[in-house]
Design a protein around this ligand. Structure first.
Ligand SMILES: Cc1ncc(COP(=O)(O)O)c(C=O)c1O
Length: 122
């Protein structure tokens, strides 16, 4: 899966592509759909420290994973041996769910495919 972080000022941050970050088709779709939702995508490294601080301060409002199998799945908490990182301002995953609905509507032909992503097989 790929990971996305929603910031309260409308930024949507995901790690930039490296040799360990896969250029997922869902990742690409989310980056496109997010712009249409008025979000500002940023592809850059994001550290655990930034996750921890943003979660505590309320700067990060949502974290979600995406991929073909996962579609878009909210991440409630990051758990390690030493700590649990939970969003202070989290809860409704409104943006994740909005993007998920948009993506599924497109995939199932319920909305107009204005990006030309669908391929007719038969
Ligand atoms: C390491 C990794 N990152 C991301 C993804 C998501 O890619 P996609 O959106 O193309 O399914 C996958 C899917 O298998 C994966 O294995």
């Amino acid at each position: 899966m790929n990971l996305f972080f929603v910031f309260k000022d409308g930024r949507l941050v995901t790690p930039r592509l490296t040799d360990t970050i896969l250029e997922g088709v869902t990742r690409n779709s989310v980056l496109t759909l997010a712009k249409d939702e008025g979000l500002t995508p940023e592809e850059r490294p994001i550290s655990i420290d930034e996750w921890r601080e943003g979660a505590a301060s309320g700067e990060i409002t949502e974290v979600f994973a995406c991929g073909t199998a996962a579609v878009i799945t909210p991440v409630g908490e990051l758990v390690s041996e030493n700590e649990r990182i939970k969003l202070a301002a989290g809860g409704n995953n409104e943006i994740a769910m909005r993007i998920r609905t948009k993506l599924l509507d497109l995939q199932y032909g319920r909305s107009e495919d204005k990006y030309g992503w669908l391929t007719q097989l038969v």
